[in-house]
Design a protein around this ligand. Structure first.
Ligand code: FAD
Length: 302
């Protein structure tokens, strides 16, 4: 119930404007967001690399409705790619199709994405297309599959809460596309997604087995220790090397677990968001763990 309310509010313009101008909310966002500038995220990436952790940089922004903004977002992503290369960092990038203009026109989004992937190919950096709500699933899978035939270094995300995900994963596996497996962060109706956490977890384990057995350097993205233990056990029982996959976690969440897995010899990548458009991202993080909300509320009016 609270999760649904927070996810609903993540789309609320008035609350977004209030949060963006509120100092406490802004300070709280720093728990999950590297900062507003690319230079902030580069600094964080350098520190994480020194700790043996790789990074996926995410320039925050989504559901762009202005063509100029979509082109500007593309340029921002390209600057991030160049900066990664120049700084010699162990990092790739994560992008959202709605930041590149998918809500405006598929053609615009594809044009921006092609430009971005050409630069990424030139620089030899992997690009992951984040998965947004179910309104975009079909288009995201189709575009990834089509562009993967031209740009091998593009991959995408599968959400375990969707009923359709097993079929989508099968299509991606057949084409050798790199996949990140997550549980799913959006508000979805019960005719599209498993409503119970236990069902989502069971599907996550099922899809994880498919990915570890047949995937191209898959990413097991979760903070759930039961999922992580299941992945380690599956890999061990099936003779899958620790170099054949990676764990991924979000910046600011379970740092202890990130460091422990890296110490044990697993590849760990931290997803590091940065930028001024942190509001919907932050609300999704609150929805995942409403205990975080109490901290914000108790400090909001101080
Ligand atoms: P849960 O069962 O939700 O949580 C397990 C435990 O993790 C909790 O008990 C708690 O201890 C800890 N935890 C989880 N979330 C939080 C939090 N916010 N604050 C503090 N502790 C927390 N979703 C998408 O829909 N599309 C994407 O493209 C996408 N990309 C992602 C990339 C990465 C690298 C990661 C890690 C997640 C991504 N997600 C994405 C989010 C994902 O779908 C889940 O919403 C999120 O990871 C929480 O689920 P969980 O697997 O950690 O398990």
């Amino acid at each position: 119930m609270l999760r649904d309310t927070l996810l609903y509010l993540s789309q609320h313009d008035g609350l977004r404007n209030f949060a963006l101008s509120n100092r406490t909310a802004r300070n709280f966002s720093h728990r999950f967001v590297a900062g507003e500038q690319l230079s902030d995220s580069i600094e964080v990436t350098r520190t994480l690399n020194q700790q043996g952790l790789s990074v996926a940089l995410d320039h925050l922004g989504e559901n762009v409705t202005d063509e100029h903004e979509a082109r500007a977002a593309t340029e921002d992503y390209i600057r991030a790619l160049e900066c990664i290369k120049e700084s010699g960092l162990e990092a790739n990038i994560s992008i959202k199709l709605t930041a590149l203009g998918l809500d405006i026109a598929q053609e615009l989004c594809e044009e921006n994405l092609r430009r971005l992937l050409s630069e990424a190919a030139r620089l030899g950096i992997f690009v992951c297309i984040d998965m947004e709500s179910s309104a975009y699933t079909e288009r995201t899978i189709d575009l990834t599959l089509r562009l993967h035939r031209e740009f091998a270094q593009v991959g995408t995300v599968i959400q375990a809460y969707l009923y359709r995900s097993k079929d989508d994963l099968e299509r991606l596996l057949q084409e050798g596309v790199r996949v990140r497996l997550v549980k799913g962060a959006y508000k979805e109706p019960p005719d599209l997604a498993f409503p119970q956490k236990a069902e989502v977890d069971a599907n996550y384990v099922r899809l994880m087995g498919m990915l570890l057995a047949r995937g191209n350097f898959p990413a097991i993205a979760t903070h759930d220790e039961a999922m992580i233990t299941a992945a380690c056990r599956f890999a061990r029982d099936h003779g899958i090397s620790r170099d054949a996959f990676e764990f991924q976690m979000l910046y600011g969440i379970r740092r202890d677990l990130q460091e422990r897995l890296a110490r044990e010899g697993y590849h760990v990548r931290v997803y590091v968001p940065y930028g001024s458009q942190w509001y919907p991202y932050l609300m999704r993080r609150l929805a995942e763990r409403p205990a975080n909300l109490m901290f914000v509320l108790s400090n909001l009016w101080r």
